[in-house]
Design a protein around this ligand. Structure first.
Ligand code: MLT
Length: 312
């Protein structure tokens, strides 16, 4: 008589590699942040954390993939402010953009920069606004789809200057950057994690940073307020999510690994070079992230409804 096999002893988590989905193309700012966080989390968790890009529809394609994954902690999503705007922008999603996820913790809040191809006919924000007001739809503004940070920043800009441009969507601002550098698009508002090195090498023009204070990695770039457009302010917060139903002990273990990653000196130094910094440790928890997220959904809802621009 064999011993009755008891329930398989729950294997300690993690027992195998973890995948983090980036809902934008490789080479963009979300991808850059995720690869740094994934590597550092892997060291704390003692497993490989693989990054997989699933771009499209302003980040909702990748978010849907995770919402519909097994809630076992082995498929995660690292996404940004788009998680606070999609619930209002997208009215027919095939997944629940809020109820489909467990929060693990906030990661970082990234400044944005208004950048242009290097021979754009302006050298200050005021001059760029004059060109936008004059050329309007003849200008091509690149973004990563409706709900992307680059889309929201463009919405704020075009509302503030009261002049629409032609929008050219990409699967991420990584690919969009290539078109800007080649001069095939004119302007883009993108995160410093993707623009700092191009700005410092002179490959792009930059007109302002969208933060209240100047960015240490870009000390000579004026804030939008200094440059005369105080309404043009937005920062891009990023968070880590698991599918709804992922056990609390798993999300708590992942939050511990995220907090350890955000203390990692190599990650902190690289974030600083790219114009950003990790959130405070207390914000890298499931509870703090969830509250921040719901507050931001409520903040953006009236702004989006007033603009009357929806994705579907
Ligand atoms: C990206 O990673 O490509 C960006 O986050 C896209 C965006 O939100 O503008």
């Amino acid at each position: 008589w064999g011993l009755a096999a008891g329930p398989a002893a729950a294997q300690p988590f993690p027992a195998r590699p973890i995948t983090v989905i980036v809902p934008f193309a490789a080479g963009g700012p979300t991808d850059t942040v995720t690869r740094l966080v994934a590597e550092a989390m892997g060291r704390d968790l003692g497993t490989t954390v693989v990054v997989e890009n699933a771009g499209g529809a302003g980040g909702t394609i990748g978010a849907q993939k995770v919402a519909q994954s097994r809630p076992d902690g082995y498929t995660l999503l690292l996404h940004h402010i788009g998680m606070a705007t999609a619930p209002t922008l997208y009215r027919r999603l095939a997944y629940d953009p809020v109820g489909g996820f467990e929060t693990i913790g906030l990661v970082t809040e990234v400044p944005m920069t208004l950048v242009a191809r290097k021979d754009f006919p302006a050298n200050t924000l005021a001059e760029a606004i004059a060109v936008i007001r004059k050329q309007k739809e003849r200008l091509n503004y690149a973004n990563a789809g409706i709900g992307a940070a680059s889309h929201l920043c463009g919405l704020l800009l075009m509302t503030a200057v009261d002049a629409p441009m032609t929008t050219v969507p990409f699967r991420g601002t990584g690919p969009a950057m290539q078109e800007l550098l080649s001069g095939r698009v004119d302007l883009m508002c993108d995160q410093t994690t993707n623009t700092t090195e191009q700005i410092n090498s002179g490959a792009l023009k930059v007109f302002s940073v969208t933060t209240k204070e100047r960015v240490a990695a870009l000390p000579s770039i004026p804030t939008s307020a200094e440059a005369g457009l105080p309404a043009f302010e937005v920062t891009v917060w990023h968070g880590l999510y698991a599918p709804k139903g992922t056990p609390a002990e798993v999300t708590q273990r992942l939050s511990q690994a995220l907090q350890a990653a955000l203390r990692d000196p190599r990650l902190v130094a690289r974030f600083a070079e790219l114009g950003t910094a990790p959130v405070a440790q207390a914000m890298a928890t499931p509870e703090a992230h969830h509250k921040f997220w719901l507050d931001d959904i409520a903040k953006w809802k009236p702004i989006i409804q007033a603009a009357g621009q929806y994705a579907d």
